[in-house]
Ligand binder design. Sequence first.
Ligand code: PCA
Length: 322
Amino acid sequence: MKKVLIAAASVGVLFAGVAQADKWDMPMAYAATNFHSEHGVMFADKVREYTDGEIDITIHPGGSLFGGGDIKRAVQTGQAPIGERIMSAHANEDAIYNWDNLPFLATTYADGEKLWKAAQGPVNKHLNDINLVALYTCPWPGQGFYFKKEVNSAKDVEGVKLRSYNAATATVIESLGGTPVQIEAAELTQALATGVADGFISSGSTGYDRKVWEHLTHYYKVSAWQPRNYVMVNKEVWDSLEAETQAGIQKAADEIGASCTAKSEELSLWYYDQLEENGMTVIDAGPEFMSELEAIGATMQADWLEATGEDGKAIMDAYKGM
Ligand code: PCA
């Protein structure tokens, strides 16, 4: 009964023992041509294959079905059975979700994998508590700084409006003396064009997707952390599935998570080349800027441990012990 009620809005119905495909709309937050979204499409294909057509997912990229900021709630409440979002955007509700936005804790793909292994247990527990199940995660390339001028230290950032994408980026910007403005990736080009923001923190990937060389000049690579997107499913929808169907979806998710992560790493340097080819100066941060950022990172790590208590400590201990 529960299954039918929950499923009725988004999925098919059983007729005389013949299963019709359950149709799932899957909102995604980022550009259709981005590797995250492309992997969403591949995920949907594999899910169809591994569930013998039982689950038929339609991808809606670029915030077209629900804006990035609304996807979590849509999935939690069952307006969409499944969706994708950057996990750390949930950190304004629960600091645990900042596990992958702590500057300089895990800056390489290998360390990012270790950190996710360490974080997975506690994070999944928190997600289950808010009616979500994580199917797979996939990292963005390392996070750096975009500006429309040379920046050598926090002095140069004083009062500059910088676009943030979550609580952690807002904290970094404030700590540097800048003014954070929360804007979805889908609205970024517009924000830069109209002067709502004069720079931002992100990977080469989003700078490339949004052609930010039209408005900005400098990218400081830094690569301070690799935040993860994840695909979440409504827990009641998930629990209502047959074990075999769950296994098929999870197999697809495991394969796509690995493939998406490998693609992220493969593209990370290519994005730098693209920014450069389009006229941007792509460089390492200078020593003063770097040491300021490292100090901010140390404070953010300490604050996170305090805010998250036992769960944060368990993640940190497990990671450091790997
Ligand atoms: N791109 C996303 C999040 C992190 C990233 O690299 C964005 O800028 O919104």
